[in-house]
Design a protein around this ligand. Structure first.
Ligand code: PBG
Length: 329
C-alpha cells in the first residue's frame, strides 16, 4: 500500500510514544481529600472501601505519609459530632473547633503541605444542607445572603488557623467575592480561594455523604447545585467567580463532566481543578474488587482523561496510590 502518512510510526516504540505523549500525570497535580473526626478511633468508611475516617493523630500520620509519597496538597473533610450541629451551623467558625485544630496540627507536622479547606455548612448544619434552611410551608428554603455571612466567618477561621486555600463548595451566589473581601479586610490577602465553580447536583456524591453522615435530612440540593444538563451555565458561573477573585475554579464531578472541563479550559486563563468524586471512586473500586478491571491501569486512565480534558489539578481519593505508582515508573 502506498501511503504518505502512517499514524502508527509515532506509536512504534515506548521511546517514541514517550516523545509524542501530550498529557502526563504528576504527583504534584493531585490533591488528596481526607476524612477525620474527634474520636480516637480510625473508622473504615463502608461506602468508600479503602478510605478511612481518621482520628486527628492518625490523620497527621496519614498526611505525613502522603507527603512522603509525593503528595503536596490535601483537602479537609470533618465529621462533626451531632451535638455540635445546629440550624445556624455556628460551630463552623469556632477557632478551637476540629478543623482549625487539624489545620494547625498538619502545619506543624508537615509545614510544606498545602492545606485546602472545604467551606460549606453541611457538616455543621442540623439540616444537612450547605446553607441555612428555613421552612416555607411544605418547602425548604436555603437562605443565600445569610449563609454567605456565615461562610465568610468560616473561611476567615480557616485562614486564621493557617489554611493555604479555602474552597467554597456550597454554591451560594456571591460567596467568592464576599469571602475575598472578608479575608482581605482581615489582612489574609495571601489566602487563596478555590471556587467550586461548576458543582453539579450529582448522584455521584452518595458515598461521600455516607462517609460524613452529611446527607440532607430533607429535600435535595437542586436549588443551589447545578443541573447536570447545563454547560453554558457553567461558563456563567465561571465569569462570576473570575470577577469575584477566584484563584482556581473547579468542575465537579469530573469523569461525567469532561466536556465542562474542556469548555471552561477554553474560556479562562485561571487554573482548573476537577474533583473525581466519591461515586466515581466507588465505581472503579467495586469493579476492580470483582477482578473485572485492572485498578492501576483504570485509575491512571481515568485521571489522564480528566487532565487531557483541561484540568490542571485533580482531587482524587486515589491520590496516594497514584503517587506511589508514578514513583515506580
Ligand atoms: C459538601 C461537599 C460534598 C462533596 C464535597 N463537599 C457533598 C455534597 O455537596 O453533597 C462531595 C465529594 C464527593 O462525593 O467525593 N459541601
Amino acid at each position: 500500500m502506498e501511503m504518505m502518512i502512517r499514524g502508527r510510526r509515532n506509536r512504534r516504540t515506548p521511546a517514541i510514544r514517550g516523545l509524542v505523549r501530550e498529557t502526563r500525570l504528576h504527583a504534584e497535580d493531585l490533591i488528596l481529600p481526607v476524612f477525620f473526626h474527634e474520636d480516637e478511633t480510625d473508622v473504615e468508611i463502608a461506602s468508600m472501601p479503602g478510605c478511612t475516617r481518621w482520628s486527628v493523630k492518625s490523620l497527621v500520620a496519614e498526611v505525613e505519609s502522603a507527603w512522603a509519597a509525593g503528595i503536596r496538597a490535601v483537602v479537609l473533610f470533618p465529621k462533626i459530632e451531632e451535638s455540635l450541629k445546629s440550624q445556624n451551623a455556628m460551630e463552623c467558625a469556632n477557632p478551637n473547633g476540629l478543623v482549625p485544630n487539624v489545620i494547625r496540627a498538619i502545619k506543624s507536622a508537615c509545614p510544606g503541605m498545602c492545606v485546602i479547606t472545604d467551606v460549606a455548612l453541611d457538616p455543621y448544619n442540623s439540616d444537612g444542607h450547605d446553607g441555612i434552611v428555613v421552612r416555607d410551608g411544605d418547602d425548604l428554603k436555603i437562605l443565600n445572603d445569610e449563609t454567605v455571612e456565615v461562610l465568610c466567618r468560616q473561611a476567615l477561621c480557616h485562614a486564621q488557623a493557617g489554611a493555604d486555600i479555602v474552597a467554597p463548595s456550597d454554591m451560594m451566589d456571591g460567596r467568592i467575592g464576599a469571602i475575598r473581601m472578608a479575608l482581605d479586610e482581615a489582612d489574609f490577602t495571601e489566602t487563596g480561594i478555590m471556587a467550586y465553580t461548576a458543582k453539579y447536583a450529582s448522584a455521584f456524591y452518595g458515598p461521600f455523604r455516607g462517609a460524613l453522615d452529611s446527607a440532607p435530612k430533607e429535600g435535595d440540593k437542586k436549588t443551589y447545585q447545578m443541573d447536570p444538563g447545563n454547560v453554558r451555565e457553567a461558563v456563567r458561573e465561571l465569569l462570576m467567580d473570575e470577577e469575584e477573585g477566584a484563584d482556581v475554579v473547579m468542575v465537579k464531578p469530573a469523569g461525567p463532566y469532561l466536556d465542562v472541563i474542556a469548555r471552561l479550559r477554553d474560556e479562562t486563563t485561571l487554573p482548573i481543578a476537577a474533583y473525581q468524586v466519591s461515586g466515581e471512586y466507588l465505581m472503579i473500586k467495586s469493579a476492580c474488587a470483582g477482578g473485572w478491571l485492572d485498578e492501576k491501569a483504570v485509575v491512571m486512565e481515568s485521571l489522564l482523561g480528566i487532565k487531557r480534558a483541561g484540568a490542571d489539578m485533580i482531587l482524587t481519593y486515589f491520590a496516594k496510590d497514584v503517587a506511589g505508582w508514578l514513583a515506580e515508573g
